[in-house]
Ligand binder design. Structure first.
Ligand SMILES: Nc1ncnc2c1ncn2[C@@H]1O[C@H](CO)[C@@H](O)[C@H]1OP(=O)(O)O
Ligand SMILES: [Mg+2]
Length: 283
């Protein structure tokens, strides 16, 4: 099994690079934008095409029916989003679609692999920066083959914190999000940031550029690969209520250490979201 997953890990890096090249090339052409759940929830032909390329390449390599797939665009088209014990790939072909559409230079391919519901490895290719982040359980985290580590800052006053606004613009949710941001800003912290892609945000935690990234509303494909990378870089992952991370809950705090994570959690105003694995009628 050990060797088999190593082959899968190496292959995932290759596939992520190929997908990133496709995204870069597509960005040079005219981008046709469509919407999903609302006018600000964007999707492009590139998202759909790149997901097909990734799933097609993995199926060709590992055989039809041997592995399961949870992909952002497949789920959007009605495929199930249930994590079972089977070997499962969790894929976001274009994380940061809004950035991609606008030419804002942070767009990532995110590919994670889980077995028995445990994440084995994660690959995030920040394709416009040409940064390949990867981590395998127990083997460390890397950016372009250099080992990376979270920051050692424990004092919240010396931290930079990332969060994002997501695509749900209901006033109640936006008020809570901004209230949380205001409280954190006024602790005070050194700064608040956001790259527009959850996967890249998690890699910024992993390299030590920021101390934490939290969000309510993200999906499992936004964070699965980043979760392995943060953990292997020495960081911590929690639910926004301080409990253990639940990949399907759409709530996450990733941080360099528990002190920073718990301090942020004190300020987070939680609002309800529908789980990724909720039955279709509840979505
Ligand atoms: N409803 C939602 N709320 C919050 N974040 C979301 C979201 N839907 C997607 N995201 C992801 O969170 C980050 C920005 O908020 C992006 O990584 C974006 O992924 P996407 O570009 O693949 O849609
Ligand atoms: Mg995404």
């Amino acid at each position: 099994m050990e060797d088999q997953w190593q082959r899968a890990y190496d292959f995932a890096v290759e596939v992520a690079r190929k997908a990133g090249e496709e995204i870069r090339k597509a960005g040079e052409r005219e981008i046709r934008v469509m919407t999903k759940s609302s006018t600000v929830d964007l999707v492009t032909k590139t998202d759909e095409r790149v997901e097909k390329i990734i799933i097609g390449s993995l199926t060709d390599e590992f055989g039809e029916g041997t592995h399961c797939f949870i992909g952002e665009e497949s789920v959007a088209k009605g495929e199930p989003c249930i994590l079972t014990d089977k070997p499962t790939w969790i894929i976001d072909p274009v994380d940061g679609t809004t950035n991609f559409v606008h030419g804002f230079p942070f767009v990532a391919v995110s590919i994670a692999f889980a077995v028995n519901k445990q994440l084995e490895f994660g690959v995030v290719y920040s394709c416009l920066e040409d940064k390949m982040y990867k981590a395998r359980k127990g083997k460390g985290a890397f950016c372009n083959d250099q080992q990376i580590q979270v920051s050692d800052v424990k004092d919240i006053h010396k931290s930079i914190i990332i969060s994002e606004h997501g695509t749900d613009r209901s006033p109640e949710k936006v008020t809570k999000t901004f209230s949380t941001m205001q409280k954190i800003l006024c602790i005070p912290v050194h700064g608040l940031r956001g790259s527009g892609t959850a996967a890249t945000n998690m890699c910024l935690v992993a390299t030590g550029a920021v101390e934490a990234f939290f969000e309510i509303g993200i999906h499992c494909w936004d964070i699965a690969a980043g979760a392995v990378i943060v953990q292997e870089a020495g960081g911590i992952l929690l639910d926004v209520d301080g409990g253990p991370l639940d990949l399907m809950s759409r709530r996450m705090v990733s941080a360099n250490n528990e002190t920073i994570a718990k301090r942020i959690i004190k300020e987070i105003e939680i609002f309800p979201v529908v789980r990724d694995d909720a039955p279709a009628e509840k979505q």
